[in-house]
Design a binder for this molecule. Structure first.
Ligand code: SF4
Length: 355
């Protein structure tokens, strides 16, 4: 159990290992508060390798808190396109406005103040405070929970908030007060690269090898203990790429809810047959001339799973006043409109129309 485990013993070998083995990452080169913040929000739910190009593009276009606060919603969503969980970037913009109004454009060097900002929870506040400002507070993410529960053979359900709080308190006590940045990053790095989430941990490469209880007992794979997430709801959808030459119809999603404010191809609940799909297009007042099946696709959100069937329907002439939809040139759609990756397979078709 974590209570019985002397966590201070990990400090020296962990940090020494980190200094020798840390990956070169764009946000590590200049760990300024804004850059740490952007990277940490992007890294929630997304792999390091996938985040790198997004991070570079984002901070090149919006290099300061002020730039983020003043960015148009459409551009912001476009910069985030493909990363998913779009509320993350909306919340960042709300927080950026607060930072402009209340902190003169600089993220506060104070854990409690950081926690008050929209979208910043315990983990992110801890990461910004420790990495950018050297404040000795922990940053407990899934990697840290995995490493510590394996080390200490703690079988408490890591999904319990009370356990996360307890872990934070324990680490706050034991972490080296003069090396908070390296310590937090080292724990996360160890969890991401050695004590990995999927597959066997690389114990022979672990600096905590001789301290680890589950490694000794050969039970590491049984940890952490995690209660099962609720089952996802399955939804069938039919996606329609309605095309006239190199123009297509797009729709803007409602301002609230899943993928709020993003752009999508017209789509309807259920699996429509070709005939039904043609009927839908006719109901929009359009004249379909050809229908062709597109590949099926699946997209997994945290609580829902979309199973999509797709058609491209060529129509005689797009009328500008059809049902509140937008009529976009394929290139314009690809370059300027944020379309969630759920529709990636159908966007692929649109890319083919761009000369
Ligand atoms: Fe994880 Fe193995 Fe290191 Fe224990 S020894 S912390 S199980 S990698």
């Amino acid at each position: 159990m974590i209570f019985d485990f002397d966590l201070q013993r990990i400090n020296v070998p962990l940090i020494e290992w980190f200094e020798k083995n840390k990956r070169i990452l764009p946000w590590r080169e200049r760990p300024e508060p804004y850059r740490v913040w952007v990277s940490e929000i992007m890294l929630q739910q997304t792999r390091v390798e996938a985040v790198k190009p997004y991070f570079e593009r984002f901070v090149a276009e919006l290099p300061t808190v002020q730039d983020l606060a003043e960015c148009s919603e459409e551009r912001l969503l476009k910069l985030w396109e493909g990363l998913g969980y779009y509320n993350r970037v909306r919340n960042m913009q709300i927080a950026a406005k607060t930072v402009m109004e209340e902190y003169e454009g600089v993220l506060p060097a104070n854990y409690e103040e950081l926690l008050k900002l929209k979208g910043i929870g315990h983990y992110t506040a801890g990461a910004i405070a420790s990495i950018a400002y050297g404040i000795p507070v922990p940053a407990v993410d899934g990697n840290v929970l995995r490493v510590i529960t394996r080390l200490s053979e703690d079988d408490t359900d890591i999904m319990k908030q009370s356990f996360k709080n307890m872990m934070e308190n324990a680490l706050r006590e034991s972490m080296p007060k003069d090396a908070a940045s390296a310590y937090n990053q080292a724990l996360m790095e160890l969890g991401a690269t050695v004590c990995v989430p999927n597959g066997e941990p690389q114990c022979e490469a672990c600096p905590l090898w001789d301290l680890c209880i589950t490694r000794r007992k050969g039970t590491a794979m049984q940890y952490p203990v995690k209660s099962k997430a609720k089952k996802r709801r399955l939804e069938d959808k039919t996606v329609l790429v309605i095309q006239d030459g190199n123009k297509v119809i797009m729709n803007r999603r409602p301002k609230k809810g899943l993928l709020a404010g993003m752009y999508e191809f017209p789509n309807v609940e259920g699996c429509l047959s070709e005939e039904e799909a043609l009927g839908y297009v006719k109901d929009l007042g359009l004249v379909p001339v050809r229908i062709q099946k597109l590949e099926e696709a699946k997209h997994i959100f945290s609580h829902i799973e979309w199973h999509m069937k797709g058609y491209v329907v060529k129509v005689a002439q797009l009328e500008e006043d059809t049902g509140g939809f937008l009529f976009l040139e394929a290139r314009d759609c690809i370059e300027n409109y944020p379309v969630p990756s759920a529709f990636e397979r159908y966007k692929e078709y649109i890319r083919g129309l761009v000369k």
